[in-house]
Design a protein around this ligand. Structure first.
Ligand code: FAD
Length: 393
């Protein structure tokens, strides 16, 4: 790639992650999909090579937190295995509440465990009756002395059962709408907290997606994140910074599928020449590569913006655009890659049918792509562009 915004040190980290992905994770990807078992060996690999460290500041045991570097790492791993890329993406998702709203004491207690990868993290917002409309949640937390008592359930939670720390959202005041939601840090071993059914699903099969139950689960009051009533705002600030991670997973899938289809098209011959030399196939490859490069431009700009400390409309809009575009590209491009392989693309012997199945989830979670469009339009409506009309009669 000619265009590159990474520093020399970041390029070295990318090279390390790329090598791990190619040599250690790619050979495992089909088996992870087939067995649908959480790949602890990949977690071990990330631990051994300090890959989790890219998300955390040095004072908490990391390499120096960089959103851009995190996105690059997720992209590189997702080129070969989207389940493994998601391990990094969800570690960030589950840590962001602490990073953004945690007290110094909370950060010192938990961030080093997350930075080393000893503990995995999860983010629990969705409930059976509230997905897109997250403020309709039913879980509640009641203050009782020096604790909160949590009751309710969560659904579709990534890393259910494998995470040791969960960022959980619950209502502390019913009458206050969005303003009545609070965020808590819940350790996996807390009495009254149970993991329910792990869902069988279409793709990212090695990633656990499960139910969480809270039955009179007592959480120390010290584990409240921010102030009571700040939970919804914290949830949205987290999503502004985590949605690009799903974009990175989508872009990785799209680029991985493009690279695979290109190599295949160079060697598969029909009508006396490689299919890559048939113009209809060449045109598809060109479109796939162009979409990936455009997606990368958005993704890396979004990573830079987060690292620059952006907040508000500029970040919310770019983050939603990044998630929307990169993941729509993932679905388009993986589908086209299957098409380029013809009947072979449909076979499990080749990785593309897995990549196409894996791509679908990127358009759904962390806010469906319809919701991203609503967010982008809402932020556009806040902007004043009247100057464009100045002089128009
Ligand atoms: C594999 C997987 C992993 C997940 N991991 C997590 C996790 O770690 N943590 C977590 O909290 N959640 C997680 N989720 C939940 C995910 O974020 C939600 O499923 C998603 O936000 C959609 O919510 P829903 O499924 O309730 O769909 P619904 O909200 O019921 O939406 C159904 C359909 O209606 C559309 N729709 C809804 N409202 C509108 C509207 N206002 N305008 C236009 N269209 C609309 C949606 O786009 C969708 O097409 C995960 C989900 C899956 C499948």
């Amino acid at each position: 790639m000619a265009w590159d915004v990474l520093s020399d040190e970041q390029r070295e980290i990318r090279e390390l992650v790329r090598t791990l992905a190619r040599e250690r994770i790619a050979p495992r990807a089909a088996e992870i999909d087939k067995s649908a078992e959480f790949p602890w060996d990949v977690v071990e690999l990330f631990r051994d090579h300090a890959v989790f460290g890219v998300m955390y500041d040095e004072e908490y045991g990391g390499l120096g937190a960089s959103a851009l570097m995190t996105l690059v790492a997720v992209e590189e791993v997702s080129k070969v295995c989207a389940t493994s890329g998601l391990i990094l993406g969800v570690q960030e998702l589950g840590s962001l509440g602490l990073k953004l709203a945690g007290t110094e004491e909370q950060k010192r207690r938990y961030l080093p465990l997350l930075a080393s990868g000893e503990w995995l993290a999860a983010y629990a917002l969705t409930e059976p009756g509230s997905g897109s409309d997250s403020a309709a949640m039913r879980s509640e937390a009641r203050r009782d002395g020096d604790a909160y008592v949590l009751n309710g359930s969560k659904r579709f939670i990534t890393n259910a059962g494998v995470a040791s720390l969960y960022t959980v959202f619950a209502k502390t005041e019913w009458a206050a709408g969005h303003g009545g939601i609070s965020a808590f840090l819940v350790e996996g071993e807390t009495p009254g907290f149970e993991v329910g059914r792990i869902e069988p699903k279409m793709g990212i099969k090695g990633s656990t997606t499960g139910e969480l139950f809270f039955n009179d689960c007592r959480i120390p009051a010290d584990n409240l994140l921010g102030e009571e009533g700040e939970g919804f705002r914290i949830a949205m600030r987290i999503l502004d910074r985590s949605r690009p991670g799903i974009g990175a997973q989508g872009l990785g899938l799209a680029q991985g599928a493009t690279d695979y289809a290109l190599e295949y098209a160079k060697t598969r011959e029909t009508m006396g020449k490689p299919i890559a030399e048939h113009q209809l196939i060449a045109g598809m490859l060109a479109d796939m590569e162009t979409k990936c490069e455009a997606a990368r431009g958005l993704l890396y700009r979004c990573g830079e913006l987060i690292d620059e400390g952006a907040e508000g409309t500029e970040l919310t809009k770019l983050s939603a655009m990044t998630k929307l575009y990169c993941t729509d590209v993932a679905m388009d491009v993986t589908t086209d890659a299957v098409q380029i392989l013809g009947g072979y693309g449909y076979m499990q012997e080749y990785p593309l049918e897995r990549m196409m199945r894996d791509a679908k989830i990127t358009q759904l979670y962390e806010g469906t792509n319809q919701i991203q469009r609503l967010v982008i339009a809402r932020e556009m409506l806040k902007e004043n562009r009247a100057f464009l009309l100045a002089g128009v009669a």
